[in-house]
Design a protein around this ligand. Structure first.
Ligand code: ASP
Length: 284
């Protein structure tokens, strides 16, 4: 089976100096995931590896560079989903975790639960040997001053036809402390079903949650091809849920779908053995 990986660095508007950095981070994430997949790694390994790169990139709103809430603090959310079993791991409102995507995976694989929030999630992380960090170390000048929301996400299919998705975010800037958006909610911020395809969304989470956008988009793939499913989902999101945002999608064969109604959404993906990327929509 062909392998496939697609990642995004958030829907919104990037400044001229920002988008080359965001695009490079996306390409680096695909490079990493491609190495994992060609070495026989699973789709779960690939999406985690990709999101680790994106979380480390200060230009993007996840991990380092995450945006701040109304109190000026970072609160991070993340999701990972196994498309074979639909099992997922999710974490919300953590402050002292450098890589929430890995914690989400540990929640999926090492606890009887799927979703753990706040202090309980941090305690579990520490008990499992993940160091708790000073949240200030994740703050960047840009996020203190800026007004961006550039959640990251990835969808992959491995050589055995297994699919997975992962999402990580600081949420929306100025959010009320404790607010949780779509990103860690399976079916909303991300969704993977190895029988059909996978998706990862970005944009105003309140609308994405109401739309259950990623579940809806993957479900649309039973009728439409992957690009049309992405376009229909975003059109519906704009018209019925008044949302600004975007979605990346992948089908079982590694074909991609990209759609957004914002000016920019940095995306990179694998086309055969070549890595492609864009910031404004040109794949159609
Ligand atoms: N969807 C994220 C949230 O609402 C934000 C984003 O995608 O930029 O938390």
């Amino acid at each position: 089976m062909p392998i496939g990986i697609i990642v995004h660095g958030g829907a919104g508007r990037f400044l001229d100096w920002e988008y080359p950095l965001a695009e490079t981070a996306c390409r680096d994430a695909v490079t990493r995931a491609q190495a994992v997949l060609t070495a026989g790694g699973s789709a779960l390994d690939a999406v985690e590896a990709a999101v680790l790169v994106l979380e480390a990139a200060p230009i993007l709103n996840a991990g380092h560079g995450a945006t701040i809430n109304a109190d000026g603090e970072i609160e991070l959310d993340a999701l990972i989903q196994d498309g074979d079993t639909q099992a997922f791991g999710a974490v919300a409102g953590v402050r002292r975790i450098e890589h929430p995507v890995t914690l989400a995976r540990w929640i999926m694989e090492r606890t009887p639960h799927h979703f753990i929030a706040g202090v309980g999630a941090e305690r579990f992380a520490q008990a499992q040997g993940m160091p708790l960090i000073d949240p200030a170390s994740l703050l960047t000048e840009r996020q203190i001053r800026g007004k961006h929301a550039d959640t990251v996400g990835a969808v992959a299919v491995d050589a055995q036809g297994r699919m997975a998705c992962a999402v990580s975010t600081g949420g929306v800037r100025g959010k009320m402390p404790g607010r949780v958006g779509d990103s860690p909610i399976a079916g909303a911020g991300g969704y993977a079903d190895s029988r059909i395809g996978g998706a990862s969304a970005t944009g105003l989470g309140e609308g994405i949650m109401r739309a259950l956008l990623c579940f809806r988009a993957v479900d649309l793939m039973t009728t439409f091809n992957v690009q049309s499913a992405a376009d229909v989902a975003i059109r519906l999101f704009s018209e019925r849920f008044q949302g600004d945002g975007g979605i990346i999608m992948l089908d079982k064969l590694g074909n991609i779908g990209i759609s957004h109604n914002t000016e920019h959404m940095p995306v990179a993906w694998l086309a055969g053995e070549e890595i492609k990327s864009q910031v404004t929509q040109s794949n159609k």
